[in-house]
Design a protein around this ligand. Structure first.
Ligand code: QAP
Ligand code: CO
Length: 171
């Protein structure tokens, strides 16, 4: 089932999401719906709050070297905690909740993550490059933060100006 994606400036995106307590069939169905919704919208990552569910769950499906996105590379990450970080890296980020906007954001180059999978099993993941960046981007959503919140004052102004223009054009 496809779910509607909430877009900026919807206030729901500022929600602090709550830990997942039940790793039941309802959660599994929701995660499946998130995956369908993300793929349908050409995304590589999606947090639950982007489909109006305030729980600490996110999914990622990073394309391989050939650019193919395969479900076997799907990561379902629940109640994540970053336990270690290394280096810094800048990447031009986008977001399904801020369609059409892309900006350079600085993140940790690599990290170690503790999280639960859909069955509630505790997992550890070493991530670098795009995966590391995507994890940090999606974890920000769990805390009500968007990539545009990382912009400098002048870049943020430029973004708000462009957004007003886009909204005007749509009317
Ligand atoms: C988050 O973002 C991310 O504007 C995932 O028109 C971004 O999937 C992680 C998308 C960058 C790491 C690096 C955005 C699709 C998808 C758009 C996405 C659009 C269509 C964004
Ligand atoms: Co996003």
């Amino acid at each position: 089932m496809l779910l509607p994606i909430i877009t900026y400036p919807n206030k729901l995106l500022k929600t602090l999401s709550a830990d997942v307590a039940m790793f039941d069939e309802q959660l599994h169905t929701f995660l499946d719906n998130m995956y369908e919704t993300m793929i349908n919208n050409n995304g590589i990552g999606l947090a639950a709050i982007q489909v109006a569910m305030p729980i600490r769950a996110l999914i990622l499906c990073i394309p391989d070297e050939e650019g193919n996105q395969d479900r076997s590379n799907l990561l379902e990450i629940i109640n994540p905690h970053i336990v270690n970080t290394r280096g810094k890296a800048t990447y031009q980020e986008g977001c399904l909740s801020v369609p059409g906007f892309y900006e350079d954001i600085e993140r940790y180059e690599s990290l170690t993550l503790h999280y639960h999978n859909r069955h509630g099993v505790q997992c550890t993941l070493e991530a670098d490059n795009l995966l590391s960046i995507a994890i940090q981007h999606e974890m920000d959503h769990l805390n009500g933060k968007l990539f545009i919140d990382h912009l400098s004052y002048s870049r943020r102004k430029k973004f708000e100006k462009e957004l007003k223009k886009v909204i005007k054009e749509k009317k």
